[in-house]
Design a protein. Structure first.
Length: 118
């Protein structure tokens, strides 16, 4: 019988971020691309640049930026980690988890820093 290691298990957290990132990829990112990449430039959505800039520089802009960058990054990191595990590279150990999820955290931090410095 396999013994359970005592301590903190983060796998449910990673699966939760994976799930939220999948929903963000499927719903939020296409909506953002549709509105800001197609409808706004074509003039269908009439919003001034100063209005968007003031909204983006608010706390809600930070939350929006963090969600749109962070959740898909964790989704991709989780997919990469389990893909490496399936190919028997890294065997899904703590080093692989550290590299995959750590890179997602770095991408998130860089996105928030870019938002802060803008």
């Amino acid at each position: 019988m396999k013994q359970r290691i005592k301590g903190l298990h983060l796998e449910p957290l990673w699966w939760g971020l994976f799930s939220a990132g999948g929903v963000c990829f499927a719903v939020l990112v296409p909506s953002v691309v549709l509105v800001f990449g197609l409808l706004w430039p074509l003039g269908v959505v009439d919003v001034s640049f100063t209005t968007l800039q003031s909204w983006y520089q608010s706390l809600w802009g930070l939350v929006f930026t963090a969600v749109v960058i962070s959740l898909p990054a964790f989704h991709a990191a989780h997919r990469i980690r389990h893909g490496l595990h399936d190919m028997k590279i890294g065997y899904g150990g703590s080093t692989t988890a550290f590299v995959c999820y750590g890179s997602a955290m770095v991408v998130t931090a860089l996105g928030v820093i870019a938002w802060w410095s803008a």
